[in-house]
Design a protein around this ligand. Structure first.
Ligand code: NAP
Ligand code: ZN
Length: 352
């Protein structure tokens, strides 16, 4: 298959800084859309992948799965979008499309494994997929989303991961006007979870370790902020929440949050991957019919539903625009929770 080289920013090893490199993109096939990437959000998963936190990173690695851009070419069979339109790509660029999950619009749970936008297996070229820290991307039209025209484009980018990752559990656990929702951690995912749960009409509480984020939490729409390191504050919300979205990226004690679930409430882990430490105590779960669950991103139809909802409710991410050359510093700031609340790369900087 013919390919073309495009400029990208990526890393050669887990200890190396990200730098400019050249990668191959496949030529547009009949159902493919080529997008000139205008903006790409910076997710904590990009950092986990670049630094091989989860194991399994194939180098060179080019992160980025919050992509918006202008369509520059379409294959002969594409009907969804046309040249000149704005298109968006999130964390998935393919899946088997035949299994039970795929047939039910749950491509993120594809039984044969979805193709991640980066560090996945490029079906046609056989090498790893490369993400959005690049000039262009070529994606099957099924995995390209439409963007509501009324939204500020760079601030739309984070909806493609931070947005859908929090939207999907809010929808699955049927959050609405009667719901009491809590969000753990005010970062990229956390700030979207607040806005979206609020948009669905829920009463929203933020759990944060960081007193300096109280005002921001309230400004973003939270009805209250609980400092999770303050025992008295934690006690004051015992038994209160129907759904908790826990976005913390590293191992942490989940038990104090389980205590704040109502009877039959569910805590959904979306951040940390791995064994819990300290272990989960089953006693409050059994005595209160409580659940601890997990959730990964969202399907394509659900992502379009989210984008449409954001268009109708004027919801976008709070962003700080950076140049691609500042990505290594941005990662360090993300590690210090010093992001308000998502970095978005202006990809024009890669052209320089
Ligand atoms: P982020 O912007 O860095 O935000 C994480 C927030 O968690 C921080 O702002 C901080 O909030 C809190 N936090 C950080 N370290 C902590 C610690 N050691 N203990 C307690 N709280 C801590 O990250 P993000 O981009 O939102 O991503 C969050 C996690 O979700 C990452 O692990 C990412 O890989 C994962 N993720 C999962 C999915 C999925 O499909 N499930 C999709 C995307 C991302 P406070 O200062 O308010 O405490
Ligand atoms: Zn992400």
């Amino acid at each position: 298959m013919s390919t073309k080289n495009v400029k990208a920013f990526g890393t050669e090893s887990k200890d190396a800084a990200l730098k400019q490199m050249s990668i191959e993109r496949r030529e547009v096939m009949p159902k493919d859309i080529e997008i000139e990437i205008l903006y790409c959000g910076v997710c904590h998963s990009d950092l986990h992948t670049a630094r091989n936190d989860w194991g399994g990173t194939i180098y060179p690695a080019v992160p980025g799965h919050e992509i918006v851009g202008k369509i520059t070419r379409v294959g002969s069979e594409v009907t969804k979008l046309k040249v000149g339109d704005i298109g968006a790509v999130g964390c998935l660029v393919d899946s088997c499309r035949e299994c039970d999950s795929c047939k039910h619009d749950l491509e993120q749970y594809c039984l044969n494994g979805f193709t991640g936008t980066y560090n996945g297996k490029e079906k046609y070229l056989g090498n790893q997929t490369f993400g959005g820290y690049s000039e262009k991307i070529v994606v099957d039209e099924h995995f390209v989303l439409k963007v509501p025209a009324n939204l500020n484009l760079p601030a739309v980018a984070p909806l493609l991961c931070a947005g859908i990752t929090t939207w999907s559990p809010l929808r699955h656990w049927k959050v609405g006007k009667e719901s009491k929702v809590a969000v753990v951690g005010l970062g990229g995912l956390g700030h979207m979870a607040i806005k979206l749960a609020k948009g669905l009409g829920a009463h929203v509480t933020l759990f944060s370790r960081t007193p300096g984020k109280i005002k921001d939490g309230l400004d973003l729409g939270a009805d209250q902020v609980v400092i999770s390191t303050d025992a008295a504050q934690m006690k004051s919300v015992q038994g209160k929440f129907d759904v908790i979205i826990d976005t913390v990226p590293y191992v942490h004690d989940v038990n104090p949050y389980v205590a704040t679930l109502t009877i039959s409430g569910t805590l959904v882990l979306v951040g940390y991957l791995g064994n819990l430490d300290p272990m989960l105590n089953s006693v409050p779960m059994i005595l209160g019919r409580k659940s601890v669950a997990g959730s990964v991103i969202g399907g394509i139809a659900e992502t379009q539903e989210l984008l449409n909802f954001c268009g109708e409710h004027n919801i976008v991410s709070d962003i700080e625009i950076i140049k691609i050359q500042d990505i290594n510093e941005a990662y360090e700031r993300m590690l210090k929770s010093d992001v308000r609340y998502r970095f978005v790369i202006d990809m024009a900087s890669l052209k320089k």
